[in-house]
Design a protein around this ligand. Structure first.
Ligand SMILES: Nc1ncnc2c1ncn2[C@@H]1O[C@H](COP(=O)(O)OP(=O)(O)O)[C@@H](O)[C@H]1O
Ligand SMILES: O=C(CO)[C@@H](O)[C@H](O)COP(=O)(O)O
Length: 536
């Protein structure tokens, strides 16, 4: 305990879909403290499943904002009870699930500046939100607003060139437009709109934190080249939006010092700096110290795949975001909605709810699954837009079921083949020096990572914690401390532990998957044309 007490550190937070997590990283970049609060398990009174409420229409998906506030109260109390020495925290930063939005009621800014250290945050912020259930990234109820936004700027391609993505239902501009159209009164009583990331930063700051460029890129509102809000997009979404959003800032900005609430209640030093919070995927990119040619695969609630890019070419599929650690560069991101929650369902249906049974099925079946392959989209997928479970025999006949072990391999092979195919559509190619860096809760599963190595034909590495968004946030806090001196991020993290090799491609894998990938792509097109009709 004495040693821990003397350890100067930065904190990295992650307000993700299912939980709030924190890590403490010392000056040698070692992680020496990790904690989390899980919404479904630890905050049962909010009645979420997977951290969210899916509404009756099946499209609207929200999370209670006070659940996030209370989760922060709980995790800080846990840290205090464990003897964590807050006085050693030099700076903190954090991440949030992307796209979700928080609506602060008129007057809330005043409340934030006057928090009493004697009471938990939840009690004091109870009446501070004009919308109590925040739209989150799983929401897909804004198709009409997406079409309106695209029409306003000259079409999907024009919007993508401007903001890095065509209109996506979960992107914040479209969510704000829906709230303005359906609940104009709540909108007019809103003085500030935050992303989940900038909301969390605001709690620590005791005042409104700006949105950073990287997470701001997931709103369909920011001009990613010029780094300013697009007036055309703002105007198409809602009136007086610019003043409610505040000015976006570079991701490595120090946005202020921690509020006196945290100094007095927990013992943070008054000079502890708050570095702009960003999206969980951008924070993971920082945590994994991605290098050119590498590809990161995050297997969390959503599955995402991301790359570091110098010269982006925004397209109709995938997203381009401003890079969180280098303001001149960009990152590309693909998001797959049917990630861990789908795998959990298959585990429950076909492996008696046990990850080790699930792994045994992967071990006992062969690469290529005897030609059987499947598409498993219990909720409307983002990449590609298909819903339903579709299984195909080796002869490309649709079948209604697979034996249990075949089903498990079909899910995992199908998910990873989709990732490879859609990454290649963005121009990505596996090169001899390519590393796949895996993170997220499911990266604990080595048998799944073996399938990932086999499908991609590249080695898979992990960092010592699956919480790369938290670790990346702590690294970004160190970078923020040094940012005044223009030190590049790579210099700050050069002492960080190297990723560990956990899987290499099995001999013969490339022959098996070359043919299977072609079939998967062909069947995906078949399913798409069944839903959309043939291409024009
Ligand atoms: N051994 C395992 N095998 C496969 N998936 C796992 C395993 N352990 C945890 N997971 C998955 O990890 C998910 C949580 O991942 P995490 O990255 O923490 O999510 P988020 O950051 O979105 O809250 C769980 O939903 C669970 O399905
Ligand atoms: O929508 C996206 C990315 O565009 C998601 O990746 C969210 O950012 C949620 O992240 P997790 O909670 O699954 O990590």
């Amino acid at each position: 305990m004495a040693e821990r007490a003397a350890r100067r550190c930065c904190l990295g937070w992650d307000f993700s879909t299912q939980q709030v997590k924190v890590v403490a990283v010392d000056a040698e970049l070692s992680v020496f403290y990790e904690d989390s609060v899980h919404f479904d398990r630890d905050l049962v009174e909010f009645g979420t499943q997977g951290g969210v409420h899916v509404h009756k229409d099946g499209l609207t998906v929200t999370s209670p904002v006070l659940m996030w506030v209370q989760a922060l109260d709980i995790i800080l109390e846990k840290m205090k009870a464990s003897g964590f020495d807050f006085s050693q925290v030099l700076a903190l930063s954090g991440a949030g699930q992307q796209h979700g939005s928080v609506y602060w009621k008129t007057g809330a800014g005043q409340v934030l500046t006057r928090l009493s250290p004697d009471l938990p945050l939840r009690e004091q912020l109870q009446a501070c939100f004009s919308i109590s259930d925040c739209p989150v990234w799983m929401d897909s109820s804004t198709a009409a607003q997406c079409r309106q936004l695209e029409a306003a700027v000259g079409g999907a391609r024009a919007l993508s060139r401007l903001t890095g993505s065509r209109a996506y239902e979960r992107f914040t501009g479209n969510q704000i437009a829906k709230i303005y159209q359906q609940n104009p009164e709540a909108y007019s009583h809103t003085e500030r709109i935050s992303l989940v990331s900038s909301f969390a930063a605001s709690l620590f700051l005791g005042s409104y934190s700006p949105v950073d460029y990287s997470d701001g890129s997931g709103m369909n509102l920011l001009q990613i080249q010029d780094k300013v809000w697009s007036q055309a997009c703002l105007g198409a979404c809602a009136p007086r939006l610019e003043e409610k959003l505040g000015r976006p800032v570079p991701s490595c900005s120090v946005v202020g010092a921690i509020s006196s609430y945290f100094v007095q209640r927990y013992g943070f030093p008054p000079g502890c700096k708050v570095v702009a919070f960003t999206g969980d995927n951008p924070a993971s990119l920082a945590g994994m110290r991605l290098e050119e040619g590498d590809i990161a695969v995050s297997l969390g609630t959503s599955d995402t795949l991301f790359l570091w890019l110098q010269d982006p070419t925004p397209a109709l599929e995938g997203h381009i975001f401003c890079n969180p650690v280098d303001p001149q560069h960009y990152m590309a991101l693909l998001c797959f909605k049917n990630g861990s929650l789908l795998r959990e369902k298959i585990r429950d249906e076909s492996a008696s709810g046990s990850w080790s049974e699930f792994s045994k099925a992967l071990q006992s079946t062969e690469m290529g699954n005897g030609g059987n392959l499947g598409f498993y989209f219990d909720v409307m997928e983002i990449t590609p837009e298909i819903i339903g479970r579709h299984r195909f025999s080796a002869e490309n006949h649709e079948v209604s079921a697979f034996p249990r072990d075949v089903e498990i391999r079909a899910v995992i092979e199908g998910q990873f083949m989709a990732k490879k195919i859609h990454a290649e559509a963005l121009g990505y190619r596996v090169m001899p020096k390519t590393k796949i860096l895996a993170t997220g809760g499911a990266s604990h599963n080595r048998d799944m990572l073996q399938v990932l190595a086999d499908v991609f034909g590249a080695p898979v590495y992990v960092i010592d914690t699956a919480n790369s968004a938290c670790v990346g946030s702590a690294y970004r806090a160190f970078h923020g401390l040094a940012a005044g001196t223009d030190v590049p991020f790579a210099e700050i993290v050069k002492l960080a532990p190297n990723p560990r090799l956990v899987a290499t491609p099995t001999p013969g894998a490339s022959q098996v998957y070359e043919a299977l990938l072609q079939r998967y792509a062909m069947l995906e097109q078949r399913l798409l044309s069944q839903t959309r009709g043939p291409p024009e």
